[in-house]
Design a protein around this ligand. Sequence first.
Ligand code: BG6
Length: 533
Amino acid sequence: MTDVRTGPIQSTFNSTPQTGMQQAPEHLFILFGATGDLARRKLYPALLRLWNEKRLPNKFALLGIARRPYHHDSFREQIRQAIEEFAPSAMPVAGDWQAFLERAYYCSADATKPEDFPAVASLVKKLEAEQGIPTHRLFYLAMAPELFAPVADQLQASGLTDLGDAPVENDRQAPWKRLIIEKPFGRDRTSAEILNQALRRVFAETEIFRIDHYLGKEMVQNIEVLRFANALFEPIWNHRNIASVQITSSETVGVEERAAYYDKAGALRDMVQNHVLQMVMMMAMEPPSRLKVEAIRDEKVKVLRSLRTLKEEEVYQHVVRGQYRGGSMWGQAVQSYRKEPGVQPQSSTETFVAARLFIDNFRWTGVPFYLRTGKRMATKATEIVVQFHNMPNHLYFNPEGQLQPNLLSIQVSPKEGISIRINAKQPGTDAVVVPVVMDFCQQTESPEAYERLLLDAMHGDATFFTRWDEVQLAWKFVDPIADAFTDHRLPLEPYAAGTWGPAVATQLPVAEGYQWWPLSTQTHEEGLLHEPI
Ligand code: BG6
């Protein structure tokens, strides 16, 4: 395909950011795992940004809990260092900075020791009393998932989940408790059910906020708006007009320091069961009957119910798994997965998955959804490409069927925006038709996913959190694939670090006459503009 690009038709979203982000209600943010990586990299920067934007109320305190023997002051210093390291741009002016840090308190406790919880409980009650914070408790478990259930039990045993029945002056004062947990939620359907039963002994489903940070990304949230607020898209959003959907979430990093977790999880459990399926749901769901949390989540669940479960023999046909070998990235040699620190030398854990999915309902019948995700790939990008059906061949300007299909690409990260590829006459020619791309870039700085999700949880808005039946059905889909991975029944394909994955994954869409479209970041860098790879 010759791409003649005489200059893209460009625009930007003219948005006023965060207008919907109201100030959070008064509450105590009780953070287990306060010295861990997640807290330092994501949670403190997110809380500080919310503070800077005046989205945290006056009556707010953060209680950090971890084993290290810090005091309030040394904990505050840890937060300051974390911000300096991971989010220097979030640093407020000196006075504000101090005021934020003064909201942080620390309690040294070992989450595996029941005897440590009474001290946590008495500090919670002391802070609430001293600061006039109503019984509004947001528990965040930024810790290993095997601790979720024991910690929930201890929260209950120490009385921390007991909201009391004292009369309140108004609804805003009505007590509440909520639990935020990270993935992984189990490692298969059975273990997820056991975990869920344990949590449900202490928290109601409406009090459990299961984070999937992809749902906090601006452009993932934007999929709904793009589809349902545009007469241009919604009427054609079906199998009659759409030929295929491709979802790529590629990373350039390797396993980093997370081998202990990742070597047991692999790309299927780490990315597909949650983030990638969430994007499938957002792309495929029906419009909700009401803009209410449960109505939206009901529609997402229906997508999972319609997702064709693959039998083992179908897994061989529709799924590719791979593992990176050594290669070259940014001009430097990088080592193979099996040589990464902490990885078993014979590990058969997949670092790459590609798959072809089908959603068996009226809207999507016959439309393949291709997905691929992996570590040590050529580019860091998350992008969704919708390919529309080809035009008839016999049009006078398309005598040999050389017209390229229309593409809509939704760029989730690092670039945020959408682009649409249409066909137009090349200026100055009689009937030479060339694809042109219209780019819409998000130019305002979007809030970080965690910032948005924390604020939602503070407000009790669970729209962009994963409901239990979503988790359960996602495992139902993933379990047979994971089973086919064991004992090498589905071969583990090697791929060189810095590439697009195993060659057989590149061929996956070819069976139906499609190909992976290059991502927009690639096209800009390489000037390819959506040529097939
Ligand atoms: C996490 C996975 O959930 O998502 C990581 O555990 C992965 O392995 C990360 O690197 C990717 O997130 P993002 O926002 O960088 O695409």
